[in-house]
Design a protein around this ligand. Structure first.
Ligand SMILES: [Cu+2]
Length: 149
């Protein structure tokens, strides 16, 4: 299990390097575009998400900044992003993917996930890490509410 995760992360980083050049070429976004992004910062620690409820809106460019303030690796696992074009940046490496199911974030590291919600709904997110204990069972979970504009 741990080996699988590590392999997946290595693939991600490789994808990120390949995608980097394309992203740089496309970086000419209009000034002020940043203001249009709904940005939510989520802090992870033993054993909770803060905030544990996130609200986003269909059609709005959204950004989740997921910061591990704890002392062990934590995860951000959700079904909410699985069919979306997602731009992920973790440990300074950026990649574009179709869907993200699981991010593992080392202590003191952060991930930035950018996407535009396409359908309303209520989704859960959780940390599925099992060391040194079952984080989800300890209460490390939350809700992502996406509403119509
Ligand atoms: Cu955790």
């Amino acid at each position: 299990m741990r080996h699988d995760r590590r392999a997946r992360r290595a693939v991600w980083i490789a994808v990120g390097v390949a995608a980097g050049a394309a992203l740089l070429a496309a970086a000419g976004s209009p000034a002020g575009a940043e203001d249009e992004v709904d940005s939510v910062t989520i802090h992870l620690r033993e054993y909770r998400f803060d905030p544990s409820e996130i609200r986003l809106t269909v059609g709005r460019d959204s950004e989740l900044i997921v910061i591990n303030n704890g002392t062990v690796p934590h995860e951000f696992v959700t079904e909410a992003l699985q069919d979306l074009a997602v731009d992920v940046e973790i440990a300074g490496v950026r990649a574009e993917t179709l869907g993200v199911a699981e991010l593992e974030i080392p202590p003191k590291a952060r991930a930035v996930v950018r996407f535009t919600p396409e359908r309303a709904g209520e989704f859960s997110f959780a940390c599925r890490a099992l060391r040194p204990t079952d984080h989800h069972r300890q209460g490390m979970r939350g809700r992502l509410l996406i509403r119509e504009p």
